[in-house]
Design a binder for this molecule. Structure first.
Ligand code: SAM
Length: 219
């Protein structure tokens, strides 16, 4: 099955489940126009994050890796009136585009974009109050650092999602190695003996190829 087949599969399902969306279409167009890489979550994954946030009744969300704010907007749409998001981005350029997109989507007051290395930004954030949901989607070699900080910042019963943990099955294939794959392997190794969370990997095949989310529940 080719990526075209999976793109058609996503489009088919979305045609029943996700209404046409001018705001998010404009985000995708603006990201493209400003030269951002095409590495945002898919529509179906964005809606999944939105539904998860709604299911958790999330009021306080942390995102590591903003890009142009596409996933941020899906998450922000799940927030109640007094909810908010902090999203972390190292690139000034990406953060600028994200702020434009968030403004156009009506979320500039609910979302704080913190520019800088996520490790440094995370060290400045307090669990006061703790976060209901944390989405990790930045540089994969630092997954383990972000996950450790996420455990400190998430509430008991809160959820940490890490994107891109399957990578076409290459994470499980000893023939493959690169910094991203090793970043995922190190995280999985650490989770083996981690008593603070319960976790599972859920595959996410679609227009973004064969990949997966790690879903971790803080005990
Ligand atoms: N979550 C976004 C979405 O779905 O719309 C996509 C995020 S993109 C996959 C990863 C982002 O992480 C990029 O914008 C990149 O600049 C940022 N990034 C990379 N290294 C980082 C670091 N050390 N600290 C913070 N952000 C970083």
């Amino acid at each position: 099955t080719s990526i075209e087949d999976w793109t058609r599969s996503d489009a088919y399902h979305n045609s029943f489940l996700v209404p046409h969306d001018d705001v998010l279409d404009a985000v995708v167009r603006n990201n493209h126009a400003k030269g951002l890489p095409d590495i945002a979550v898919s529509t179906a994954q964005g809606k999944y994050l939105n539904l998860l946030a709604q299911s958790l009744g999330a009021k306080r969300i942390l995102e590591v890796g903003t890009l142009g704010g596409y996933s941020t907007i899906w998450l922000a749409r799940a927030l109640p009136g007094d909810g908010n998001i902090i999203t972390l981005e190292i690139s000034e350029k990406h953060a600028k585009v994200a702020r434009e997109n968030l403004e156009n989507a009506g979320f500039s007051k609910k979302v704080e974009v913190m520019v800088g290395s996520a490790s440094e930004s995370l060290a400045k954030i307090q669990a006061d109050p703790p976060f209901d949901l944390i989405f990790i989607d930045a540089d994969k070699p630092s997954n383990i650092i972000y996950f450790r900080e996420a455990k400190r910042l998430v509430k008991k019963g809160g959820v940490i999602i890490v994107d891109n943990v399957v990578r076409y099955g290459h994470v499980a294939d000893p023939e493959y190695s690169d910094d991203n794959i090793e970043g995922v392997r190190k995280l999985l190794q650490a989770l083996k003996d981690d008593k603070e969370v319960e976790a599972t990997t859920i595959g996410t095949v679609g227009e973004k190829g064969y990949d997966g989310f790690l879903y971790a529940l803080k005990k």
